[in-house]
Design a protein around this ligand. Structure first.
Ligand code: HEM
Length: 199
């Protein structure tokens, strides 16, 4: 679906070996990548890069829930758990569904308040690099996915490693293959090099 969206929205250049290369000419093109935006947000909902975050009260306070927080008390906000609560995301919270972020016939991104989607935290000290982060992620994912197919190795255990940053306990084993058919590459190389020098 990301590749379909790329083909619809972004100029793609075909290289000498028949490989497709993405060329972004403006930020508006990136903004039109709403399904990709949904896929990134959905990933960050289930696997937030910052899984929990401590906050400390300067003075006595009462949370909206009625809980009393004394002065200098540390409250640990579990961003990871918030992304997985049925009360917050509904019965299908376990499903990876980029569509939950997209509205109006695949045109608009649904605005989700940061107090619900807390991967970048909320309030005046929330992440000031949020927009840059989306721009970088969208650009890199588009360029990589357009050129390469990435398959997670079947039996590889993908387990989060609890830490202030979200890591994978065993890394992520993947198989990477070119989207350009090998025969096309060989034909191009053949036309450049003498045939007997090509394996
Ligand atoms: C997926 C990528 C990113 C995630 C999930 C993320 C998440 C966060 C979180 C959770 C905080 C803590 C906010 C708080 O304590 O309330 C934060 C702070 C911050 N982030 Fe990011 N961030 C990302 C990328 C970036 C990038 C690319 C930049 C810079 C270009 C950036 C710059 C900052 C800065 C400057 C702060 C401190 C803001 C402040 O204390 O006022 N972040 N980020």
């Amino acid at each position: 679906k990301i590749l379909e969206e790329l083909d619809r929205v972004v100029i793609t250049q075909t290289g000498t070996a028949g490989e497709k290369e993405v060329i972004f000419s403006s930020i508006e093109e990136l903004n039109k990548m709403v399904y990709l935006h949904g896929a990134i947000s959905e990933t960050l909902r289930l696997y937030p890069s910052v899984p929990y975050e401590p906050k400390q009260s300067l003075k006595d306070d009462v949370l909206p829930s009625g809980h009393i927080v004394g002065r200098n008390t540390r409250v640990l906000v579990s961003i990871y758990s918030m992304g997985r609560m049925e009360d917050v995301w509904g019965k299908d919270w376990m499903e990876f569904r980029p569509e939950r972020w997209v509205a109006n016939k695949k045109i608009n991104i649904i605005h989700v308040p940061s107090y619900k989607f807390a991967a970048f935290m909320a309030g005046p000290r929330s992440c000031s690099g949020r927009k840059i982060a989306y721009t970088q992620m969208k650009t890199i994912i588009s360029c990589v996915l357009r050129k390469y197919k990435i398959d997670v190795v079947g039996d590889h255990p993908v387990v989060p490693l609890p830490s202030i940053m979200m890591f994978m306990r065993h890394g992520l084993k993947v198989r990477i293959s070119s989207r350009t058919p090998v025969s096309t590459i060989i034909n191009v190389v053949n036309s450049i090099l003498p045939v007997d020098s090509v394996e």
